[in-house]
Design a protein around this ligand. Structure first.
Ligand SMILES: [Zn+2]
Length: 196
C-alpha cells in the first residue's frame, strides 16, 4: 500500500514525500500532474475522479528554500550517524538495557553551541554523560565523523518506505548509490523500532 506520494520538481528532481491528500489537492488545483498512478485505483472527490497518485510532478519549477531543510530531530540525526554512538562506536542494538542513543552537542548548549546539524552527533547515554558540558578538546572525545548537514533528500526518505515505482525516480535522478543508501537507512530504522 502506498502511504505517501513522491513529489517531483518540474525538472523531475525528487523533492519529498507528501501525504496522499496533499498530493490530490495539488493535482486538483492544477499545481501538479500525476506522473505515475497506483495501479488502477481511483480516488473520488466532490468534483472529479482521478487515479490514485504514486508520483506527481509540480507544474512550475520551485527553488527549494532554506526553510524546506529539516530541523534536527533525533530520528534523522540517528539515521545520519547510522545509529552509532560517535564516541565509542557502538550501535544502538549493542547498548546495555539502561543505555540509549541520545543527541550530543559538540559545543554544549550551555556554552553557546547551536542545535544545528554541524554541532550535533549521536552519542550513547554513557558517553553523553561522560562528556557532560565539556568541549571535545577539553575531554579528548572527538566524534568518529565530522557532523555535517545531510542532503535534504536523504532526510526526506531516511525513514520512509519507497515503492518500486517511486524508487525508480530516485535512481533516475540520484543514482543507484543514493537509492541503496536510503534503503539501508530504512531497513536499519525498522530494525531499531522492532528492537524496541
Ligand atoms: Zn558511546
Amino acid at each position: 500500500m502506498i502511504v505517501g506520494c513522491l513529489a517531483l520538481n518540474a525538472s523531475f528532481e525528487p523533492l519529498t514525500m507528501v501525504p496522499l491528500k496533499r498530493a490530490l489537492r495539488l493535482v486538483i488545483d492544477g499545481k501538479a500532474e500525476i506522473v505515475e498512478a497506483d495501479g488502477g485505483r481511483l480516488v473520488h472527490s466532490e468534483r472529479l475522479t482521478v487515479p490514485r497518485p504514486a508520483v506527481i510532478r509540480l507544474t512550475k519549477f520551485i527553488h527549494v528554500p532554506r526553510k524546506f531543510r529539516r530541523q534536527v530531530t533525533n530520528t534523522f540525526l540517528f539515521a545520519r550517524d547510522r545509529y552509532k554512538c560517535q564516541y565509542c562506536g557502538r550501535q544502538g542494538n549493542e547498548l546495555k538495557p539502561r543505555e540509549a542513543l541520545t543527541r550530543d552537542h559538540l559545543i554544549p548548549l550551555s556554552r553557546g553551541g547551536a542545535n544545528a546539524w554541524n554541532n550535533v552527533v549521536t552519542a550513547c547515554s554513557s558517553c553523553n554523560t561522560r562528556k557532560s558540558n565539556r568541549l571535545p578538546s577539553e575531554i579528548g572525545m572527538f566524534p568518529l565523523h565530522a557532523p555535517i548537514e545531510p542532503h535534504f533528500v536523504h532526510l526526506s526518505w531516511a525513514v520512509r518506505r519507497l515503492t518500486p515505482i517511486q524508487a525508480r525516480y530516485i535512481r533516475f535522478f540520484y543514482g543507484e548509490a543514493t537509492l541503496h543508501q536510503l534503503e539501508e537507512l530504512e531497513a536499519r530504522s525498522h530494525k531499531v523500532i522492532v528492537a524496541g
